[in-house]
Design a protein around this ligand. Structure first.
Ligand SMILES: [Zn+2]
Length: 148
């Protein structure tokens, strides 16, 4: 690992385990449950992530995220974008973003099951999803790493 990668990883985990610890402790519980059920951890720009299930998307808890099997890189960048939001928002993250995002996700899934998916606005039409995608693209696109 290069020095810059180590520094970024250290920063991510230091902030996530202090100011952002609310989501991080939830993430660590999820990670322990996944490890206990034989899921293998993967690494993405200092984040630890797991994959499980099919066709559902992903969620993040601090420096840890979980995505569907064979998730696209853009999904991982989006979840890592939420991880940066957690570093900024700390204890406000679950109330401002994580819970509203989870409720919205399930409400959208419910509408799709009812056959009303075509009328749904784009996933990123709400501010916190758009923001996670933008930060994911800004900080975690591969070409941004090539100059280091
Ligand atoms: Zn999201």
């Amino acid at each position: 690992m290069r020095a810059k990668t180590i520094a970024k990883t250290f920063g991510l985990w230091t902030v996530s385990l202090s100011w952002g610890c609310l989501m991080t402790f939830f993430g660590l519980s999820v990670a322990i449950a996944l490890l206990a059920t034989g899921h293998r951890p993967h690494f993405f720009h200092g984040f630890v992530w797991f994959e499980t299930g099919e066709h559902w998307g992903g969620f993040e808890c601090g420096p840890i995220f979980v995505v569907q099997r064979h998730a696209q890189e853009s999904v991982k960048r989006h979840e890592a974008g939420h991880g940066l939001q957690n570093m900024l928002l700390g204890p406000f993250m679950p109330f401002l973003i994580s819970l509203p995002s989870a409720i919205r996700y399930h409400y959208r899934a419910y509408l799709r099951r009812k056959g009303r998916g075509a009328a749904l606005p784009p996933y990123d039409s709400i501010w916190f999803e758009k923001w996670a995608t933008e930060w994911g693209e800004r900080y975690f696109l591969p070409q941004r790493e090539s100059g280091e």
